[in-house]
Design a protein around this ligand. Structure first.
Ligand SMILES: NC(=O)c1ccc[n+]([C@@H]2O[C@H](COP(=O)([O-])OP(=O)(O)OC[C@H]3O[C@@H](n4cnc5c(N)ncnc54)[C@H](OP(=O)(O)O)[C@@H]3O)[C@@H](O)[C@H]2O)c1
Length: 268
């Protein structure tokens, strides 16, 4: 049982943005329940977050299942005693295919990971979040607002997640719920666009993302992660329901002041 330290449940912590959120929160001594499917990577991130100061419960699970989501919240409460924030970060881009050809099973799985899992996690966490006046941080995307050819499942899921956040904010005035657009970030998801995009997306769209990568314009994952970590700890209630850009000075400024300019340094 932990009484004073913030307890945060974070999905998709094995790499990319989620792994950096875990590390930033580690620097503040948070209690973290971390999920992802790839156990080896998840254990490595858990160890790094612990070395930075966190207490960690790593759960190697596929969240595309309601029982798994409920299990995740239950195990977290058993270990840490309460919940201060839930970060729905896990996400997948695929299937990348036009609507005329896309595999409906792959489409359904995308929505299970990107939209239904956050719903199930939120539903299971609400009783705990009401007790702590807690926070829900949903990681959305520019694709929630902008249509991209070949990304019908992803665009639909992220638009749904963003709007789900607004409804949650109205229904649960005691909980602060925001969705965040993390920018175009240098992670495995972008690598997937470059490798799979050419056969399934319009050439000019693939070229746009490839050019950003080649010119070093992709955002390093620790930058949006710092803002997401700050929101989980400090998002003010008046932002509830908002769809926020990661570089909005309203949140990027306080996040930088709180965590500092310098990226965390691993003690090894
Ligand atoms: N990168 C960008 O440019 C960008 C832009 C806009 C929005 N986003 C959003 O930012 C979030 C993080 O993306 P990222 O770029 O860091 O991608 P990433 O490197 O591919 O990481 C995705 C994370 O989600 C986990 N995950 C995926 N499916 C899962 C499942 N079924 N169950 C449990 N965990 C699962 C992955 O772990 P396992 O594979 O080990 O399960 C991994 O930890 C996503 O929601 C994404 O949509 C990213």
């Amino acid at each position: 049982m932990t009484d004073r330290k913030p307890v945060i449940i974070l999905t998709g912590a094995s790499r990319g943005i989620g792994a950096d959120v875990a590390r930033w929160l580690g620097t503040k001594g948070a209690c973290l329940t971390l999920t992802a499917r790839t156990e080896k990577l998840l254990q490595k991130v858990a160890q790094e977050a612990e070395e930075l100061g966190a207490q960690v419960l790593p759960l190697s699970v596929d969240i595309a299942d309601r029982d798994v989501c409920r299990y995740t919240i239950r195990k977290s409460v058993e270990k840490f005693g309460h919940v201060n924030a839930l970060i729905n970060n896990a996400g997948i881009l695929e299937p990348i295919d036009p609507i005329s050809e896309v595999n409906p099973h792959a489409w359904t799985y995308n929505l299970e990971v990107n939209l239904f899992a956050p719903l199930y996690m939120i539903q299971a966490a609400i009783p705990e979040l009401r007790k702590t006046a807690g926070r829900v941080i949903n990681i959305s995307s520019g694709a929630a607002a902008n249509a991209v050819e070949g990304w019908s499942a992803y665009c639909s899921a992220k638009a749904g997640l963003t709007h789900l956040t607004r409804v949650l904010a109205l229904e649960e005035p005691g909980i602060t719920a925001v969705s965040v657009r993390p920018g175009v970030v240098d992670t495995a998801m972008q690598a997937r666009i470059r490798s799979e995009g050419p056969d399934h997306m319009p050439q000019e769209k693939v070229s746009f993302f490839t050019k950003l990568w080649k010119e070093g314009m992709l955002e390093p994952s620790d930058v949006p992660a710092r803002v997401i970590a700050w929101l989980a700890l400090h998002a003010p209630g008046e932002l509830s329901g908002e769809f926020l850009n990661y570089d909005d000075p309203l949140i990027a400024g306080p996040a930088l002041s709180f965590f500092g300019e310098k990226k965390y340094v691993m003690n090894r």
